[in-house]
Ligand binder design. Structure first.
Ligand code: SF4
Length: 85
């Protein structure tokens, strides 16, 4: 299936509350440094993490974005780079 979205994590600003890992443990895990990681996410030079996701995985990760108290989780459309949340 074609990946339609990119899940993004502004990791440097994560406060390690673990809400995302509770909402979507298939996609998020806590790291030993106290911050969360996108499972199998790609680490970018600026500290951000990204993972391409399917349409079917949009809703659960939208919930993680809504659960994050410091707004460091976002989803953009892969093709247009338009920010959805
Ligand atoms: S919900 Fe936000 S602040 Fe909390 S661990 Fe996840 S990314 Fe970090």
């Amino acid at each position: 299936m074609t990946k339609k979205y990119i899940l993004q994590h502004n990791r440097p600003d994560c406060i390690g509350c673990a809400a995302c890992t509770a909402v979507a443990p298939d996609f998020w895990e806590m790291n030993d440094d106290g911050k969360s990681d996108i499972k199998n996410g790609k680490a970018l030079d600026n500290g951000l993490q990204e993972l391409e996701i399917d349409e079917k995985d949009f809703e659960i990760n939208k919930e993680t974005a809504e659960s994050c108290p410091v707004d460091v989780i976002h989803i953009v459309e892969k093709e247009t780079k338009k920010k959805i949340i």
